[in-house]
Design a protein around this ligand. Structure first.
Ligand code: NAD
Length: 328
């Protein structure tokens, strides 16, 4: 029996699994592969150098899949201010009807997307921000636990408590993000009240992911102890792979009076992009969640989704029968 939820019905997808925005990874090939496999693929707007390039990326993805896919717009500090409005307009004009928003002050974007009849999935890391986005009219919340790759916020609440709090407080459906890479995670998220899951790191390590094979193998070889937080002192915390550059950044941050300018060149996204292109895991900063400790293969997106659903169903079945047996 397929796992059907409010999410699969709302988005018209087969599996309740979303591939969240990922800088340099959420390209048309990635998003189309996830959508074609039955999940929701998402193109990351800022990975494209301009709104016109985003238009081209959307057209490219359409050639690869006729299934729904979305666009991510993340509003966080950047080295060069992007034309967020231009990206948003371009995506709507290209017919995108599903958006993932994330980051600071998403209000105007949520309002714009809703005025255009779009579905908005807003990703956030606290229940208070989730409730505020709910009041703004978003359709789904993507609740990002402390386990996540990239920016976990500053409250440090792990997924187990965060999802349970979301289930108690929210009126609209939410999906669980951060720490999910397999059917066990999907089953756990649904048990906590989620209508599905969001995954990033797990999709980075698939056949169709555009990153260098060495980085996929590095993820497979890693444990849950192989990530680190940078930017804590600048209140823009980011979980990244624990490599030489990340450790150097943290050491600089620890010096009294450290400023963002002191690490700016080390952390540039363009430098991180080279990691994915060249396969050198130490070249720059690259995002990774602690799910690196759960990932031990490089499947196709389709095989991954089929396997996750099967595992989740088996686990839910085992839990139910254990409960029944305990009652007898
Ligand atoms: P970038 O080169 O502009 O910046 C590199 C890193 O430094 C980013 O993590 C950024 O948040 C941080 N940063 C920049 N200016 C800062 C400041 N003044 N204070 C503190 N931190 C600062 O980043 P990029 O790789 O070109 O990515 C563009 C944007 O997309 C960034 O905001 C990044 O955080 C965000 N992002 C989005 C996703 C996504 O899923 N859509 C994933 C990762 C990062």
């Amino acid at each position: 029996m397929p796992i059907q939820t409010q999410l699969t019905k709302m988005l018209g997808i087969r599996y309740p699994i979303v591939q969240g925005g990922m800088q340099w990874v959420g390209v048309p090939q990635m998003a189309a592969a996830v959508s074609e496999a039955g999940g929701l693929g998402i193109i990351t707007a800022l990975t494209q150098p301009s709104p016109d390039a985003l238009r081209e990326a959307i057209r490219e993805a359409r050639k690869l899949t006729s299934k729904p896919f979305g666009v991510n717009i993340t509003l966080l500090p950047t080295l060069n201010p992007p034309d967020y409005e231009g990206y948003a307009r371009a995506a709507v004009e290209e017919g995108i009807r599903i958006f993932e928003t994330a980051g600071n002050n998403p209000g105007p974007f949520i309002k714009f997307f809703k005025s255009q009849g779009c579905i908005v999935i807003h990703k956030c890391t606290t229940v208070r921000h989730a409730k505020s986005a709910e009041r703004m009219g978003v359709d789904v919340l993507s609740i990002d636990g402390f386990e996540c790759a990239g920016h976990p916020g500053e409250d440090d609440i792990g997924g187990l408590v965060l999802m349970a709090r979301a289930a108690k407080e929210l009126k609209i459906p939410f999906i669980a993000s951060g720490g999910i890479a397999d059917g066990r995670g999907l089953a756990a998220a649904m048990t906590l009240g989620a209508a599905g899951v969001n995954m990033g790191t797990r999709f980075m390590c698939t056949v169709e992911s555009p990153i260098h094979e060495n980085i996929k193998r590095k993820i497979v070889a890693s444990t849950e102890r192989d990530t680190i937080h940078i930017f804590r002192s600048f209140r823009n915390t980011a979980r990244v792979f624990k490599n030489k550059v990340a450790v150097e950044v943290v050491n600089i941050e620890r010096k009294p009076g450290a400023k963002f300018e002191d690490v700016k060149d080390l952390v540039s996204g363009l430098r991180g992009k080279k990691v994915y292109e060249t396969g050198d895991p130490d070249y720059g900063i690259w995002s990774a969640g602690i799910t690196v400790g759960l990932i031990d293969d490089i499947p196709t997106c389709k095989d991954l989704l089929v396997r996750m659903e099967k595992e989740a169903e088996e686990i839910i079945g085992q839990v139910s029968s254990a409960v029944v047996k305990a009652k007898l």
